[in-house]
Design a binder for this molecule. Structure first.
Ligand code: 5GP
Length: 189
């Protein structure tokens, strides 16, 4: 995959504030867009097909695995998530940089490919804060929250695989830190 666009791989445990941070970064840079993933999970309230995710069936997802449609894919919290190879290729060729908001399993796959990527891990300030944020968000059941917290532990254990680690304690500070990383890396490309 060639072109002048750059791939920013951003991972974080659920509830670390990644979506808010990513949206802030997106609003500050031209020629940077969001890689809309495919998922087999159901849409949450306010989520739109084609904007937040492409919501597809498990059968369709599995078919696309055999067709080698995915640049990377993973099963996260019992659902499949994947990034379209073609979408990424076209964006990079157009000189468009992309943010891939993907989990650690997916990031590890991308890191093995011959691609020029920038990897960033967003950390919650503490496990207690993470747990609190997930409860306040109110989008998931207790069981789902427990599973997400469990998953968070193993994701945080892999944060050192990433080039940058940003702690999201104060949103403004984290936004500034993240924007500096994007600015620097986009200038380098
Ligand atoms: P959520 O269901 O909360 O939107 O996302 C759950 C997790 O799936 C998050 O960690 C998110 O980064 C990850 N995710 C979203 N899209 C993709 C994707 O295309 N590939 C992989 N590997 N993970 C994804």
């Amino acid at each position: 995959m060639t072109g002048t666009g750059k791939l920013f791989v951003v991972s974080a445990p659920s509830g670390a504030g990644k979506t808010t941070l990513v949206n802030k970064v997106l609003s500050r840079f031209n020629n940077l867009s969001y890689s809309v993933s495919h998922t087999t999970r159901s849409p949450r309230k306010n989520e739109q097909d084609g904007l937040d995710y492409f919501f597809i069936s498990s059968d369709d997802f599995k078919k696309k695995i055999t067709q080698k449609y995915w640049l990377e894919w993973a099963k996260v919290h019992d659902n499949f998530y994947g990034t379209s190879k073609e979408f990424v290729k076209k964006s990079l060729e157009k000189g468009q940089s992309l943010i891939l908001d993907i989990d650690v399993q997916g990031a590890e796959q991308i890191m093995t490919l011959d691609l020029d990527i920038v990897s960033i891990f967003i950390m919650p300030p503490s496990f207690e804060v993470l747990s609190q944020r997930l409860k306040i968000r109110g989008t998931d059941t207790k069981k789902v929250i427990a599973r997400r917290l469990d998953n968070a532990k193993s994701e945080i254990a892999k944060k050192n695989l990433y080039q940058y680690v940003v702690v999201n304690d104060d949103l403004d500070v984290a936004t500034q830190e993240l924007c500096l990383i994007f600015k620097k890396e986009m200038t380098l490309s």
